[in-house]
Design a protein around this ligand. Structure first.
Ligand SMILES: NC(=O)C1=CN([C@@H]2O[C@H](COP(=O)(O)OP(=O)(O)OC[C@H]3O[C@@H](n4cnc5c(N)ncnc54)[C@H](OP(=O)(O)O)[C@@H]3O)[C@@H](O)[C@H]2O)C=CC1
Ligand SMILES: CC(=O)[C@@H](O)[C@H](O)COP(=O)(O)O
Ligand SMILES: [Mn+2]
Length: 396
């Protein structure tokens, strides 16, 4: 029986993870659930899964949850940063699903890595912010990192075991790999008239053509910043050079990414767009379990398309690739700026096309400062957020 903690339990990845667990109750136990402030969702999860701990980052939410929890449920409700860290590093916990959205996931996810846990990584922003320190900490502690993000999970599945067991330090060229082909759908505005983009609404931006996801990542898919963050994520997981990593637009999201070998072979991972597949893969690796996912029906799939990304339509993707090559300072700043800009767009403060404007402006903060610790990264993230907020205020 694997004891699991789910960071971001009330979100989209949290729900898919709990669904996979419910298909495999003999193998997985919900030990701890973590959320920010969604009391009623957490209450329902406590009733359904009876975890040992339920942690709410918001203190008031923890009080409300405690008050609403029926006496028959023996879940301990906690709040506060130390209690969260104590939960993820608890010796009875083997596996941590890291699915808090954004930079807020960095501290607990990094704590799980340092404690040598099996870390199922959905929270791509943590790796974008701290890639080098993150992979080094995993090597030092012996933590197992398993990529949940559908593309990285696909790439992982297309790689030899020697790469899978040496993430962050693998030499993919030595393994005969020429390129990683990172696929992206292009989001809801792939073919929209360019003149229409400044006036698209948050609802339109969150309507992803293939995937059902949280609002922040949905907007990132619409700007293709999601693919940019994933480019940086792949750089750290698979230790790539710029020449080894290519982005391919594939609007159907049936192929979840591919690996091109030097003998001409291309290995792809396919499936219906359902996150339960990569989640189940990470939970059971190297075995396989049932995930509740409909088998892919090739007769229904029809045609598959492949296109080169247009940086004029998707400036955020270009900014992220540039930041990746600049290094950790640039990617931390870009991630922070993007979180502020997406939030401002979702709150109708700025236009969709202003997200790229804010992001580009913040990248001018890059000045070559050293980032030796997680505390350095958190401080830079804070400064970049202040800068981005000032830029947003100047726009409204
Ligand atoms: N959804 C998907 O299909 C995919 C998601 N990912 C990544 O997984 C992560 C989660 O995405 P998704 O599930 O869509 O997001 P959601 O918005 O659906 O869920 C976010 C979760 O994070 C919690 N949360 C938000 N802010 C904080 C905070 N400050 N402290 C602690 N917890 C917090 C939320 O709690 P509360 O409800 O209380 O606010 C909620 O449980 C993201 O990094 C995303 O990029 C990657 C690939 C696919
Ligand atoms: C499901 C998943 O992994 C998302 O990150 C997905 O990739 C979003 O779709 P885009 O390819 O449109 O960014
Ligand atoms: Mn993805």
């Amino acid at each position: 029986m694997q004891n699991m903690v789910i960071l971001g339990a009330t979100g989209s990845i949290g729900a898919s993870t709990l669904n996979v667990i419910s298909h495999n109750p003999e193998a997985y136990q919900v030990y701890g659930l973590v959320a920010n402030s969604s009391v009623d969702k957490m209450l329902a999860l406590c009733e359904a899964h009876q975890p040992k701990f339920a942690h709410m980052v918001c203190e008031q939410a923890a009080k409300e949850l405690q008050a609403k929890l029926p006496k028959s449920i023996h879940t301990t409700v906690t709040s506060g940063e130390q209690a969260l860290i104590d939960l993820v590093v608890n010796k009875d916990v083997e596996t941590v699903m890291a699915a808090i959205v954004g930079a807020a996931g960095l501290v607990p996810t990094f704590a799980a890595v340092k404690a040598g846990k099996r870390v199922l990584l959905a929270n791509k922003e943590a790796l974008v912010m701290s890639g080098e320190l993150f992979m080094r900490a995993a090597r030092q502690s012996g933590a197992t990192i398993l990529p949940v993000d559908s593309e990285h999970n696909a790439i992982f599945q297309c790689m030899p075991e020697s790469v899978q067991t040496n993430l962050g330090y693998c030499d993919i060229e030595a393994e005969g790999i020429a390129h990683i082909l990172l696929t992206g759908s292009g989001g809801p505005f792939l073919t929209a008239d360019l003149d229409s983009l400044p006036s698209v609404t948050p609802e339109q931006a969150c309507k992803h053509p293939n995937w059902s996801m949280g609002r922040k990542i949905s907007v990132d898919s619409a700007t293709m910043m999601n693919k940019g963050l994933e480019y940086i994520e792949a750089r750290w997981l698979f230790n790539t050079t710029p020449e080894q990593l290519k982005v391919v637009i594939h609007p159907q999201s049936v192929i979840h990414s591919m690996v091109q070998y030097k003998d001409g072979s291309v290995v792809a991972q396919m499936g219906n767009p359902d996150m339960r597949t990569p989640i189940a893969h990470c939970m059971s690796y190297p075995q396989r379990i049932y995930a509740g996912v409909e088998p892919l029906d090739f007769f229904k799939v029809g045609q598959l398309g492949f296109f080169e990304p247009d940086f004029n339509r998707f400036p955020c993707l270009q900014l992220a690739i540039k930041a990746c090559h600049q290094g950790q300072e640039a990617t931390t700043i870009l991630n922070a700026a993007n979180e502020i800009a997406v939030d401002a767009f979702l709150n109708n403060q700025i236009k969709f096309t202003d997200i790229a404007v804010v992001n580009e402006a913040c990248l001018h903060m890059v000045c070559g400062s050293a980032l030796n610790t997680i505390e350095d990264i958190i401080e830079l993230d804070k400064q970049a957020r202040e800068f981005a907020k000032a830029k947003v205020t100047a726009m409204v």
